[in-house]
Design a protein around this ligand. Structure first.
Ligand code: NZQ
Ligand code: ZN
Length: 387
């Protein structure tokens, strides 16, 4: 097992209705000036906004609304102005990954006098800056942002979508599965595939060990089982709860301790989202089975066979189990009723394939750090296989 350091200080409040009794104090302990961030209006429709405002009674609340899916740098710029002008003490982010991701960068940008895009292209700058505490109320199970340091921010002017890491995870995360009952089937499926992909990026890694592999296999099985249940019964508490806790556990650092390789499918998908603004999890669902097929060889076969046996509960000879596991992955994505090809998300020609492949290889260090190294031509082939 490789050496590792693991520390995660996020205070998790999991379960029903904790916000009504605990949110005020969780926020107020950091100060009275609060920036409330949210997205395009789902929290107003669901009534969550009104509950939050009630819970914040007595605090000075400034709002930043309209943070979009695949959050754009302009939202972060708007947030930077608000936190500086109002000398904000704490950010309360209410929404999915996009709202929380943007809020984390705004939390750093309060202490930065330049353009916050600088903090995205060079995360190291954030290590030397203070960061406002984040309290969040998660409304969509997918990214793991509720318990990690990451954010992914898009810049439409440059066709870039890049990850950036701050010094801290959220201070407090409220995880109430009931708040995800209203998530659309499209976003529920995309979120489940995102969780599956986070596991895959860490499972297919030369540094994974028996402990982390076993944890991931259990999480995989929970997501595979509960995503269809949540689609069929959107208000099934246990299914929503399993997805929510899987989301958090898949990407809070725990199952990734000791890993060695950089991620592969995420940097490739981020190019699709950067150029075409597609839903992250849907893009991952299209690419993942193709990538698995592409990298299956004698060296990776034992890992695929383990994946097939312990995740998909398949039996038989290694080669057959490996192939069947990839097919099972494809079939599961398809069963969630999202597109499984690029034309299905309106990417109908190859005009950007080369540019996207070049950027993915460079940003993701795919040609030297990936589980199976990929060159630009390999990534183009993956896009072509997805048509
Ligand atoms: O904007 P509102 O109106 O809130 O609607 C959102 C949005 O349209 C809606 N939604 C959220 N909660 C809802 C709801 N609708 C009804 N009821 C609810 N309870 O869902 C839509 C998508 O929301 P978004 O926040 O974009 O989804 P998600 O949580 O999947 O986040 C995706 C973003 O996170 C990044 C992705 O690249 C993408 O930009 N990622 C962040 C990571 C991280 N920070 O660690 C890792 C991931 O790999 C990922 O890259
Ligand atoms: Zn993801």
């Amino acid at each position: 097992m490789n050496d590792f350091q693991f520390k995660n200080t996020t205070d998790i409040r999991f379960g029903k209705n904790h916000i009504d009794t605990e949110l005020h104090d969780a926020v107020a302990k950091f100060g009275s000036k609060v920036l409330l961030t949210f997205g395009g209006g789902s929290i107003k429709k669901s009534g969550l906004y009104q509950r939050v405002i009630k819970a914040l009674d007595g605090l000075e609340v400034t709002e930043l609304s309209g943070i979009e899916p695949n959050p754009k740098i302009d939202s972060v710029r708007a947030g930077q102005k608000l936190v500086q002008a109002n000398d904000i003490d704490v950010i309360l982010a209410v929404g999915g990954g996009s709202v929380i991701d943007a809020s984390k960068v705004i939390a750093s940008a309060k202490f930065y006098q330049g353009d916050p895009w600088d903090l995205v292209i060079d995360s190291k700058k954030r290590a030397d800056l203070q960061q406002l505490p984040i309290v969040d109320i998660l409304t969509l199970s997918a990214t793991g942002t509720e318990m990690n340091q990451g954010s992914v921010i898009s810049n439409p002017a440059t066709n870039q979508k890049l990850g950036t890491f701050g010094p801290n995870t959220p201070a407090v995360s409220f995880l109430d599965p009931q708040l995800t009952y209203s998530v659309s089937s499209w976003q529920t499926a995309a979120g489940a595939i995102d969780i599956f992909s986070h596991l895959t990026e860490q499972y297919f890694d030369q540094g994974a060990n028996d402990v982390t592999s076993g944890l991931m296999e259990g999480l995989y099985r929970a997501v595979i089982k509960n995503a269809p249940i949540a689609l069929a019964e959107p208000d099934n508490y246990d299914a929503r709860a399993a997805l929510m806790w899987s989301s958090t556990m898949a990407l809070n650092g725990l199952v990734g301790v000791g890993t060695e390789n950089s991620w592969t499918v995420h940097p490739i998908e981020h190019e699709l989202s950067a150029y075409y603004d597609i839903t992250h999890g849907v893009g991952l669902g299209i690419l993942t089975p193709r990538w698995m097929t592409y990298i299956l060889n004698d060296a990776t076969l034992p890992r695929f066979a383990q994946f097939g046996r312990n995740v998909w509960q398949l039996t038989g000879a290694d080669e057959q189990v490996a192939k069947d596991a990839i097919q099972a992955t494809y079939d599961w994505v398809k069963s969630l009723q999202v597109p499984t090809t690029l034309p299905g998300v309106d990417i109908k020609d190859d005009q950007h394939f080369l540019a996207m492949a070049k950027s993915a290889v460079q940003v993701g260090q795919l040609n030297h750090a990936a589980f199976v190294p990929l060159e630009v031509t390999d990534v183009v082939k993956l896009f072509e296989a997805s048509m």
